[in-house]
Write a protein that binds this ligand. Sequence first.
Ligand SMILES: [Zn+2]
Length: 304
Amino acid sequence: MILKHRYEPVELKIMRSLNVRMNLAAKDENYYLNLEKGYEGERKFDEWIKSFSDDYLVLNDLLLEYNNTLFQIDSLMISSNKISLFEVKNYEGDFFIEADRWYSISKTEIKNPLLQLQRNESLFRRLLQELGFAFPIEAYLIFVNPEFQLYQTPLNLPIIFPSQLNRLMDKIKKKPSRLKDVHSKLAKQLLSLHLKEPPYNRLPEYHFDQLEKGIACPLCHRFYHHLTKTTLLCTSCGGSEEYPVAVLRNVEEFKLLYPNGKITINHIYKWCSLIKDKRTIRKVLSNHFKLIRQGKSSHYVKND
Ligand SMILES: [Zn+2]
């Protein structure tokens, strides 16, 4: 049973929007692509974990704190026998391990993901103790991308490759899980300890005037360039959207990038750019938001 679902991280949404609307520096673009890839990998893993029965409680994407240290768990599964922690990686390409260090095939050293797994496990173990629960814990590093190859992997590492996921499921299910109240109590407690997303300190600087205006297609994240009387058409992927849906999405994006920005007809008209008739914008805003009349600084807010 999935008790906590995974949502698209706000930071990823912001970076995706910035990637469409400005030229990201190489390091920022890299960071953005990694976020995109990481999320894609986690979604793949969610498909796998979804097929466990209701005798397993799943909490995705937990941000916890122990001893003033934040740690994030990609997926956590409670069964009556143990708690499993999963760290999910969507690495692609060839890598190798040499003397506990991890390298890409071009011999560039990368962060050893096992260290992160061990750190998380240790912090979680101590948190669990503090909460007064005594369950065995096991932690796995899961690679979900079939295009990933790790050479010279010692046999005793808690690593699961894509071809081993089915067997891991069989292994976990081998001992039937019979949940009791104490397990839902623990799940509830962990949910209550989950923290909101951490501050996004990796965001590049951006200003309204510098960002490219327009409406991006939600399927391929490229700007729409064509429109009919009622519909926006994407020449890149063939997708299409009716005006109100697209404008509302763009308002959401505006609020994401400018949490303190005011939703005014002028702002949104500029922001959407492609729609040349201000009345269209006015209509969509009036239909979906409440107008706060304040003379020149009149603006719209969400309906209660
Ligand atoms: Zn498209």
